[in-house]
Write a protein that binds this ligand. Structure first.
Ligand code: NOJ
Length: 547
């Protein structure tokens, strides 16, 4: 099980209100205790933080507000001492406009090798005043920005994140060096950012009109010339070679690469990223984006399992990440159980009213289900505390470029990135900082009741459930990768894995499972009411049984 740490928001070892590497190192024991096997750190490289690290200004360094190279070395060492692997986040589609590569490109004339690392093009129309094509940016606005000498450059996300041209061997060579640099420092693998955007159609043709009703931030996903372009797979095969070579040269090292590939209910596309000579893993986001409805949940799991197991690829599940509304809020929406409420894009959020009690019950059940699935499981920091999305953050406090680039039309992702509460001490931002601080995103007063120190003492807390779930997962199901569906009842999602039967009731009505399962032994329950088993799965509840 991999635990995602949003570096800015996990723990601040000082009092600047920004999380940092020593802050994480100081909390490794907590993670080991929780039962995690590995951590994934969001980008910790020097960055102007226009997209909070996903705008990298130097791939071989550490952001000064987070620490320095000695701090990352110490973090890796502590993790390894506790038996945890460390995954770093790498961003190959684009760098920061502050990166030396881009500054050199701006200083160099059109047609120069420095500009060839990126997509610089002349504009069209009189004086080249129109962008070279009609592509939109993922975070709003055009994907093109004009520079002082009149040329334009392509940036799929924001103008501060210019896209790198991977047809250029200099780009390939630079990243070979970067991968090897971090592997040599002890990093055990990479989560690879935005892999579906890397590679563009030759000639950069105009995109066809987006489907009617597509949202602003979804438009780029419908551009066939800038999404899933096949040339990227050559890059991933090459990265696999670099990784395998490093492993061979360093016996005992075991490296993992995981692709961030949003393939919107198309596991047939996802499969391409986990071919035997590409990534070891690729997140299957369909379960995360599915409505809370039995048929939809079954379908999200089954489509993924069918496609991936047919080619012998590993499954990789998650319910939360730093781009997606937190699960207790998502599942608490009044329309969450509507079978039509599939979300095709992690940024799209319903505006229906939220019932947090319902959402929390469902999020508890969801993790019990998830932990029973074959393959790997990724958690996002704060999910184990049941933190809700912060929906009422003042606009002035918002820092996400999605909010800024869409002029507030889309609220963005700040609500799932609020610094974690560790204690009830308000003066230290609920223990997030060591000294008195103002956290970089404001914490709601309610954060007090979600603090680690509070949940540790409450046997019914989300934290205790996560500890139980992770312990049960280790004990019972890790050694078997097959899933067999059980036809228990149309309102239930049920399957067998290893010796365990997992049953979820994602409806508002209690369901009886029949005599045989009623006689089974209860191993785990998402219910906070105490674990008893009478053969009835309560609404919004999941159980593990042993027959
Ligand atoms: C995906 C990352 O998860 C997200 O946070 C980031 O904004 C984009 N890629 C651009 O790098």
């Amino acid at each position: 099980m991999v635990y995602q740490i949003y570096v800015r928001s996990f723990a601040d070892s000082g009092s600047d209100g920004i999380g940092d590497l020593p802050g994480i190192t100081g909390r490794i024991a907590y993670l080991a205790d929780l039962g995690v096997d590995a951590v994934w750190l969001t980008p910790f490289y020097p960055s102007p933080q226009r997209d909070h690290g996903y705008d990298v200004a130097d791939y071989l360094g550490v952001e000064p507000t987070y620490g320095d190279l000695a701090d990352i070395d110490a973090l890796i060492e502590q993790c390894h001492a506790h038996g945890l692997h460390v995954l770093a986040d790498i961003v190959p589609n684009h760098c920061s406009s502050d990166h030396r590569w881009f500054r050199d490109a701006l200083a160099a004339p059109p047609g120069s090798p420095a500009r060839d690392r990126f997509y610089f093009r002349d504009g069209i129309g009189p004086d080249g005043a129109q962008p070279p094509n009609n592509w939109s940016a993922v975070f709003g606005g055009s994907a093109w920005t004009r520079v002082a000498d009149g040329q334009w450059y392509l940036a799929t996300f924001t103008p501060w994140q210019p896209d790198l041209d991977w047809e250029n061997p200099a780009v390939v060579a630079s990243f070979d060096e970067i991968l090897r640099f971090w592997y040599a420092r002890g990093i055990d693998g990479f989560r690879v950012d935005a892999v579906t955007h890397l590679g563009k159609a030759p000639g950069l043709p105009d995109a066809p009109p987006p489907p009617v009703g597509a949202r602003e931030t979804d438009v780029a996903a419908h551009n066939p010339y800038a999404t899933y372009w096949p040339s990227a797979h050559e890059v991933w095969r090459h990265w696999r070679d670099v990784t395998d070579d490093f492993e061979r040269e360093h016996p005992g090292r075991q490296l993992v690469t995981v692709a961030e590939a949003y393939t919107a209910r198309r596991p047939d596309l996802l499969v391409d990223y986990v071919r035997p000579d590409e990534f070891h893993q690729a997140f299957s986001f369909d379960l995360m984006l599915a409505p809370w409805h039995p048929a939809a949940i079954r379908r999200a799991i089954d489509d993924t399992v069918q496609e991936l197991s047919a080619v012998g690829a590993a499954m990789t599940w998650t319910l939360n990440n730093h781009d997606t509304q937190r699960s207790v809020t998502r599942y608490g929406r009044a329309d969450a159980a509507d079978p039509a409420s599939w979300s095709g894009n992690n940024l799209v959020a319903s505006h229906a009213p939220v019932d947090l009690a319902v959402g929390t019950r469902r999020a508890r059940a969801a993790v019990v289900l998830l932990a029973g699935l074959p393959g790997s499981m990724y958690l996002y920091a704060g999910e184990e505390l049941g933190l809700p999305e912060v929906l009422d953050m003042p606009d002035a406090a918002r820092a996400d470029p999605v909010f800024l680039r869409t002029c507030g039309r889309e609220r963005g992702r700040d609500g799932c990135r609020v610094p974690l509460p560790w204690t009830t001490d308000v003066s230290t931002a609920f223990g997030f900082s060591r000294g008195s601080s103002t956290p970089w995103l404001p914490q709601p007063d309610t954060w007090r009741s979600f603090a680690v120190a509070v949940e540790e003492r409450d046997p019914t807390s989300m934290l205790q459930l996560y500890r139980e779930v992770l312990a049960a997962r280790r004990t019972h199901v890790l050694d078997d990768e097959t899933l067999a569906w059980l036809d228990v009842h149309a309102n239930l999602v049920g399957f067998r894995r290893a010796g365990i039967i997992v049953v979820l009731n994602p409806t508002a009505v209690p369901v009886a499972v029949g005599d045989e399962l009623a006689r089974a032994e209860l191993v785990l329950s998402s219910s906070a009411q105490g674990a008893t088993w009478s053969g009835i799965v309560a609404p919004d509840t999941a159980v593990w049984l042993r027959a």
